[in-house]
Design a binder for this molecule. Structure first.
Ligand SMILES: NC(=O)c1ccc[n+]([C@@H]2O[C@H](COP(=O)([O-])OP(=O)(O)OC[C@H]3O[C@@H](n4cnc5c(N)ncnc54)[C@H](O)[C@@H]3O)[C@@H](O)[C@H]2O)c1
Length: 378
């Protein structure tokens, strides 16, 4: 099958690489010739490195390179069985582009979006034959991250879903199917990791380093929330939180934090700006955490309970199966355990108890336990 990728930025160039590595003739289109040149030379570098590491042969490299064409002409998508769009995250632009895409491809071509935050139904509304729309959400970097969220919308046909899922499975990716809801699985399920950590900080319970220490040393997470937010970029992470919060009709579970907003406004974006919650200046030393085990355990227990509550809610609201929610969080954001499996290990009663104490004390809707968790605990 010939594959089209629209947008040669961070995501599009990675997705084109994955398609070409899996034997597909791949057409990469961008409005900007410079981005296409950049994508081509970046891929050359990556492939040369893979040859050096003996992961692929020189012949493989030449074949992969030969399978990708770089063009600014959308009509080159003619004959594609699937086109994946990865351009700017703006709904008006996506509407316009999907109309153009539809006139460039044949009747049976599936049209997919890699959007992180927009509704697939809305993107599909630009199409005449909207049963061919689907979300195919890769994670960054696409060639390395195993997870891909597959998002059928209300318009998507069963055939579109099956063809898209089987194809991405055949690329060796781990796919999870989820409903067209804000943040899909991963970007929704991970919100409490940041949000509750920020809340604990704002209440003065602990500083950044202590919260990070609790989550890594006691919780077994690869990175603490503040280190991770600095890595992602506070501007980017804040924007995702704000968009998920608005899309959930301002449910207090997703409420953004002033601390992150102020860091973002101040230009303390994280690693990329040299300073975020921590300083990345040359010679800067990391602050020491307060290694009080009781405090650390309390912090970890609280954040984990909030994460688990969100995972149960996603399952309860049919966003995805329990199995797929666990797969998504372990393969998409490297959580040490699936959140539902973790709840079963600790005991759903215990998790419910932690949430009930928080809900009782704060009286905020943010801490309301999910009804599915209540039922399971019973
Ligand atoms: N960056 C991430 O971590 C990430 C992860 C998952 C999903 N996404 C989603 O993927 C999409 C792309 O994100 P990105 O980070 O790769 O963006 P990017 O800014 O790196 O690249 C976007 C590319 O699209 C091109 N472009 C813009 N308008 C175009 C048009 N009308 N026609 C053709 N090309 C056009 C730009 O020239 C640019 O090369 C977004 O929808 C984003 O939400 C991003």
């Amino acid at each position: 099958m010939k594959i089209g990728v629209l947008g040669a930025g961070t995501m599009g160039s990675g997705i084109a690489q994955v398609a070409a590595q899996n034997g597909h003739e791949t057409i990469l289109v961008d409005v900007n010739q410079e981005m296409l040149n950049k994508a081509e030379s970046a891929l050359d570098k990556i492939l040369n490195r893979l040859v050096e590491k003996e992961k692929i042969s020189e012949d493989d490299k030449i074949n992969i390179q030969g399978r990708i064409s770089y063009t600014t002409d959308l009509t080159d998508f003619k004959g594609c069985g699937l086109v994946i769009e990865a351009i700017v995250e703006k709904i008006e632009v996506k509407h316009d582009v999907f109309k153009k895409l539809e006139s460039a491809v044949g009747e049976n071509c599936i049209l997919a979006s890699n959007t992180s935050s927009l509704s697939i139904a809305s993107i599909g509304s630009a199409l005449k034959k909207s049963d061919r729309i689907i979300g195919i959400h890769f994670f960054n970097p696409a060639p390395l991250m195993p997870l891909v969220e597959i998002i059928p919308s209300v318009q998507t046909s069963q055939e579109t879903l099956e063809t898209a899922k089987n194809l991405i499975d055949s690329w060796g990716k781990t796919t999870v199917v989820c409903k067209d809801t804000p943040g899909f699985i991963v970007n929704r399920g991970a919100r409490p990791f940041y949000g509750e950590a920020l809340r604990i900080y704002e209440e003065g319970i602990a500083d950044f380093a202590t919260i990070d220490w609790a989550m890594t040393e006691i919780g077994g997470f690869k990175m603490g929330p503040f280190t991770l937010m600095d890595y992602i970029g506070n501007d980017v992470n804040y924007a995702v939180t704000e968009s998920v919060f608005a899309a959930f009709y301002y449910d207090p579970r997703f409420k953004p934090s002033f601390t992150q907003k102020r860091h973002s406004e101040a230009g303390f974006l994280g690693r990329k700006s040299g300073r975020g919650y921590y300083s990345y200046a040359e010679g800067a030393s990391m602050p020491e955490p307060n290694k009080d085990m009781k405090l650390g355990q309390m912090i970890f227990d609280r954040i984990l309970a909030m994460l688990i509550n969100e995972a149960y809610d996603a399952v309860h609201m049919q966003v995805a199966s329990a199995e797929d929610v666990d797969k998504a969080m372990t393969k998409g954001v490297n959580y040490p355990k699936g959140l539902l499996a973790w709840a079963k290990e600790i005991g759903e009663k215990e998790i419910l108890n932690r949430l009930e104490i928080l809900f009782e004390e704060y009286g905020e809707d943010r801490y309301r336990p999910c009804v599915l968790l209540k039922r399971m605990a019973k």
